[in-house]
Design a protein around this ligand. Structure first.
Ligand SMILES: C[S@@+](CC[C@H](N)C(=O)[O-])C[C@H]1O[C@@H](n2cnc3c(N)ncnc32)[C@H](O)[C@@H]1O
Length: 186
């Protein structure tokens, strides 16, 4: 079983969701990429399949055509995006976008946000991955392993800032390692 416990912090519940609702519907080519990524020493960095399933649904709801991604790694989230947009859609890094996905340098999430919020169309979405940082955002600092403290601190600062950004509407979804979904309001 592949499930890392994700933000639910329950191996059984994570496995239940993955086995019942996610893996049976996962496109074969995405499964192959996920399996190949699992043998990579940093395979844990790939976007979680339950979070990916939500992202695919949002891409389709939005009928997103122009998308951008920051932080690609083996490309699970990028391939999923390509499979979820219409044939005339295109991942790109130029112009304006219907949809942006950020899973890169966690310490720079606010800098990505300041740039993207101007380039995502009104009504478009920006999703930030790992915004619950393994659940450590709710822990006392002394309980957090030292190597995780720096990014935890950046994440706490980012989460506060984004919660009070009036340019967007947000929802924090407890999938994968935490997805903050932002809709550009104006
Ligand atoms: C968590 S992984 C992304 C996983 C990806 N969503 C997937 O499903 O394969 C983060 C990636 O961001 C890249 N990265 C880190 N800092 C970056 C930066 N400043 N600019 C661009 N990419 C960066 C890392 O090299 C890594 O490939």
């Amino acid at each position: 079983m592949s499930a890392n416990t994700g933000i639910l912090q329950s191996e059984k519940l994570t496995e239940y969701i993955l086995e019942t609702s996610v893996f049976p519907r996962e496109p074969k080519i995405l499964k192959e990429l996920r399996d190949a990524t699992a043998s990579h020493p940093w395979g844990f960095m790939g976007t979680a399949p339950d979070a990916g399933q939500l992202m695919a649904l949002l891409l389709k709801l939005l009928n997103a055509k122009k998308t951008i991604e920051a932080g690609v790694f083996t490309g699970y989230s990028l391939l999923l995006t390509a499979l979820s947009i219409p044939d005339d859609g295109k991942p790109s890094n130029e112009g304006t976008f219907d949809f942006a996905f950020v899973d890169a340098d966690k310490r720079n999430y606010w800098n990505y946000h300041e740039r993207l919020v101007k380039r995502v169309k009104i009504g478009g979405l920006i999703i930030y991955d790992n915004t619950l940082w393994g659940g450590t955002v709710s822990w006392s600092e002394e309980d957090v392993p030292a190597p995780k403290r720096g990014v935890r601190q950046s994440t706490l600062t980012f989460n506060k800032a984004i919660a009070s950004d009036s340019r967007i509407e947000i929802s924090v979804a407890s999938v994968g390692d935490g997805f903050t979904i932002c809709r550009r309001a104006h």
